[in-house]
Ligand binder design. Sequence first.
Ligand code: FES
Length: 162
Amino acid sequence: MADERSRWRDDFPVRWDDDNYMTRRELAKFLTLGSGLLAGVNGLIAVIGLTGRMPAAPVRRIAAVDDIAPGGSMLFRYPTDEDPCILVRDSSGRFDAFSQVCTHLSCAIVHRPDDHALACPCHRGAFSSSDGRPLAGPPTRRLPRIVVEERDGEIVATGVEV
Ligand code: FES
């Protein structure tokens, strides 16, 4: 028996003192500290996310009230020049504005005043032109509303409601 053991040690000469041996206790400590560190970083990110402020949406003139007849619409960009939007005036004279990007697969929507709808030609989607909710086709999410108001005969955009 002693010979077998010696032979094994000759074949695999391991010096346990020099080996990087990790005990279960050390592994548990490493995992506990690592998990605690990750939890701390997540908490820090959450605090930054909750206390950080979103950049304020710009106030931007879109058009003069008289530029759009009741039942009409016009395209504009807001809040940046990369964001296409549509301003709709219903037959009563009320203005509503929405993102022009369909919430299904991002095609551009068009105004269908006879149906009081914003239609997406890609997959026959349709949204209400008064509140942006989906009416037909595959879209399930409403269009983001652009907050607009009348100021001294001008229509101005003041924010986005997602
Ligand atoms: S992209 Fe508008 S309905 Fe599909």
